[in-house]
Ligand binder design. Structure first.
Ligand code: SF4
Length: 349
């Protein structure tokens, strides 16, 4: 039963990890082979129990989807897919869930697969595009091409599913230019949303071999943040939401110290947002005269605007030594703005 105390609508997922047991691929960055056998594919009973346990935490009016993630859902045996999807059906019919989302590889999508998924109530399909540069895809042993991603994306949209696309900046043989070209190619496919996962080096992967033998250098945290600021801006310009940036510490793929190297940060998305505010406000500061300057900020944005340990504020103060810069919270403000010639405000810090 959903909590009746709140009517604010939220998009909520009930995540269910489905490892791709027996995946025939060997992508450079993936440790599925290692975790296969450690993590079993959930049973239909597991799925039903997870949903039952999660529903009480949802609020009235939430848009709730079950999200099968982890491997390539459409690559697991068809009867297993049917059993897992079938376990969700009673909750869909009872109106307790709004849909099912799943992630898969571009080359595991065709008309037959989409016709199979639709009657189960699948609403959203996410493709691991990772790059739209064939040289990068080949170097990372992805086993599919950019054309596969384009073809699969068009099929998914033509069949009426929502389309999500995932990209991984910083893969082996990737460059900043190739990452930007990938973003442009993804934008052309008009996804409903995007996830950006800067490449991490996981233990027991080909990428780990490359890293340990000096043939691959992952992005630094600063480089990954800077690239994601640019990417987020590119997608925003086309009204494409970026719903996730970076892996969380709780992600199964990053469990138990599996990350050997790369731009991992437990709050990576916040770092990107904070860096974006830094650039936007620095541009505004450059346009105002020296003297007293206040950055007016809605209260809920203060920590992102000021930055971790006031990093942004100190950097602006260094960059603009002629300006006495302060932050002022303003509950009435809907966005950040820079004001000049104001002194003595009570809420500055
Ligand atoms: S990323 Fe997906 S397709 Fe590639 S090896 Fe891992 S599970 Fe298989």
């Amino acid at each position: 039963m959903r909590c009746p105390n709140c009517i604010m609508m939220r998009n909520k997922n009930i995540p269910i990890f489905v490892p791709h047991a027996g995946c025939p691929n060997d992508c450079a960055f993936c440790n599925q082979r290692r975790i296969t056998g450690v993590m079993d594919v959930p049973s239909p009973d597991d799925v039903a129990r997870l949903i039952r346990d999660s529903l009480p935490h949802m609020r009235e009016g939430d848009h709730v989807e079950v999200a099968f993630f982890g491997g390539s859902f459409t690559g697991i045996p068809r009867n297993t897919q049917a059993a897992l999807l079938g376990a969700v059906r009673p909750f869909l019919r009872a109106g307790q869930l709004d849909g099912i989302r799943l992630s898969t590889r571009p080359d595991y999508i065709d008309v037959d697969i989409l016709d199979f998924l639709a009657p189960f109530g699948v609403t959203t399909i996410e493709l691991g595009a990772q790059s739209m540069c064939d040289e990068v895809l080949f170097a990372n042993r992805r086993g599919h091409t950019a054309a596969d991603t384009a073809r699969a994306s068009r099929l998914i949209r033509a069949h009426g599913f929502s389309l999500g696309l995932q990209m991984m900046p910083g893969l082996y043989q990737d460059t900043a230019a190739r990452t930007l070209a990938t973003a442009e190619a993804l934008i052309a496919l008009a996804p409903d949303f995007v996830r950006i996962y800067p490449t991490l080096v996981l233990k027991d992967t080909y990428l780990a071999d490359l890293y340990e033998t000096g043939r691959y250098t992952p992005l630094s945290l600063e480089e990954a943040v800077a690239q994601c600021v640019t990417l987020k801006r590119m997608f925003a310009a086309h009204n494409i939401p970026v719903i996730r940036m970076g892996l969380m510490a709780s992600d199964a793929i990053c469990a138990d110290g599996d990350v050997l190297a790369g731009p991992f940060h437990p709050a990576f998305g916040e770092l990107v947002e904070s860096a974006a505010y830094f650039e936007e406000i620095a541009a505004q500061l450059a346009d105002v005269p020296d003297g007293e300057v206040e950055i007016v900020v809605p209260p809920h944005l203060v920590s992102k605007v000021v930055g971790n340990r006031r990093r942004n504020l100190y950097a602006w103060q260094r960059q603009f030594p002629g300006k006495r810069i302060r932050i002022r919270q303003d509950a009435a403000a809907s966005a950040c703005r820079v004001e000049t010639g104001i002194v003595g405000s009570k809420q500055c810090f």
